[in-house]
Write a protein of this length. Structure first.
Length: 395
């Protein structure tokens, strides 16, 4: 009886073991590495995809020059227009002999025009479709997005890889699909995306050998792009968001002709929301430490007076960066800092009363910046290199 039951159990389980009946061989896939979404003049959406060319990879690569493998380009770009992304994708699929696969797409670029008109519908497709990864990076292009996919950068195999590397290096904003969705559905309903352009090819290089690079930040209020910020302003936003990474700050101590370059090794930022006499205020507390990587002054940095002078200049520089960035975000009425979440956490009842017009309140928030800056390391030499001792001063 036990054997009969065991046999019946095995027979009943066989239909549930599906095996690989629905598998798709990799040779049947068109693997997308990057995609661009743009709005055309006829109010249609154009979808451009960058697809790996398998034979260029299997051919060994490395002998055909930048952006090629064995003399053959490593990727191709194909585009189609439609009433929405789904429509454009179906038209693309009819012209590509392999099934389009989004699982390896690391970069999505919104063209400037579609970003200004709104990206909600496009974002819905990217988050609803089961294949695109929520950890893929998102950009806005300065102008049209398709040429960025078509560029053949000298240092990498294809432009999608360049943009992934830029995001991993934390150059500017670092935003994924998941981050973008969280920002647009959060209390502030505002977002910031890295703004990308193509660096023209150097003399002697081919026309398409431009390199994608980050030129600033695109500011979105709800799902529409309302303006841009420069790289310097973006740095201030990164301080406010507590996302600053190690980078170079160049300061000019008061009364000195030269400059000192510092590399921040640590930074702690705390946002303190305050409501006083019905006025909404923000106190930004910053504690940062830096090390000297170049001294272009005649100051002897082993001197306590010289260090204090450099630290004061360092402090003023950070204060100006943060204040400038905050004023720019207020001017655009886009809370890309996430300040609404901070106020809601501390003053939930007051925030709920003004939630529907938070943009207006945010534009009037008073900010105070309190920076504590220290220079912990002056380098292996205490005086400017190559300068006679008699010209060096202790400040």
């Amino acid at each position: 009886m036990k054997r009969v039951l065991l046999l019946l159990g095995i027979c009943g389980a066989i239909p549930l073991v599906s095996g690989c009946w629905d598998r798709v061989e990799i040779n049947d896939l068109a693997i997308v590495t990057a995609a661009a979404i743009e709005k055309k003049e006829d109010d249609q959406i154009e979808l451009s995809i960058q697809v790996v060319i398998p034979k260029s990879i299997s051919g060994g690569g490395g002998q055909g020059g930048p952006g090629t493998g064995g003399g053959v380009p490593t990727t191709l770009v194909r585009s189609e227009k439609g009433s929405n992304i789904s429509d454009a994708l179906s038209k693309l699929q009819s012209k590509i002999p392999r099934r389009i696969f989004w699982g390896q797409c690391k970069v999505f670029i919104f063209g400037e025009k579609v970003a200004k008109e709104g990206i909600q519908e496009q974002l819905d497709f990217l988050l609803r479709h089961p294949q695109p990864r929520e950890r893929a990076y998102v950009y806005v292009s300065k102008g049209k997005a398709k040429p960025i996919l078509e560029s053949l950068p000298p240092l990498e195999s294809y432009s999608g890889e360049v943009m992934r590397e830029l995001s991993d290096l934390n150059i500017g904003m670092r935003v994924t699909l998941q981050n973008l969705d969280e920002m647009l559905t959060g209390k502030s309903q505002a977002a910031a995306l890295p703004l990308i352009d193509i660096l023209p090819p150097a003399k002697g290089e081919k026309k398409l050998q431009g390199i994608p690079y980050i030129v600033g930040t695109a500011v979105l209020n709800k799902d529409k792009m309302t303006g841009t910020m420069t790289e310097k302003e973006t740095r201030g936003v990164l301080w406010l968001r507590d996302e600053i990474k190690s980078y170079t700050v160049t300061i000019k101590p008061k009364g000195e002709k030269g400059e000192i370059s510092l590399n921040p090794v640590s930074a702690q930022i705390k946002l303190v929301p305050q409501i006083q006499n019905e006025k909404w205020k923000l106190l930004v507390k910053v504690n940062t430490e830096g090390s000297v990587i170049q001294n272009g002054t005649n100051m002897k940095l082993s001197s306590p007076k010289a260090i204090k002078a450099a630290e004061r200049a360092y402090q003023k520089d950070i204060e100006k960066r943060i204040e400038l960035a905050f004023l720019q975000t207020q001017h655009k009425k886009a809370d890309i800092i996430g300040l609404g979440k901070e106020f809601y956490g501390k003053y939930p009842k007051q925030f709920k009363k003004i939630e529907n017009h938070w943009d207006e309140i945010f534009a009037e928030v008073e900010v105070e910046v309190d920076v504590v800056a220290h220079i912990r390391r002056q380098g292996y030499i205490d005086k400017p290199a190559g300068m006679p001792e008699k010209e060096v001063k202790d400040k």
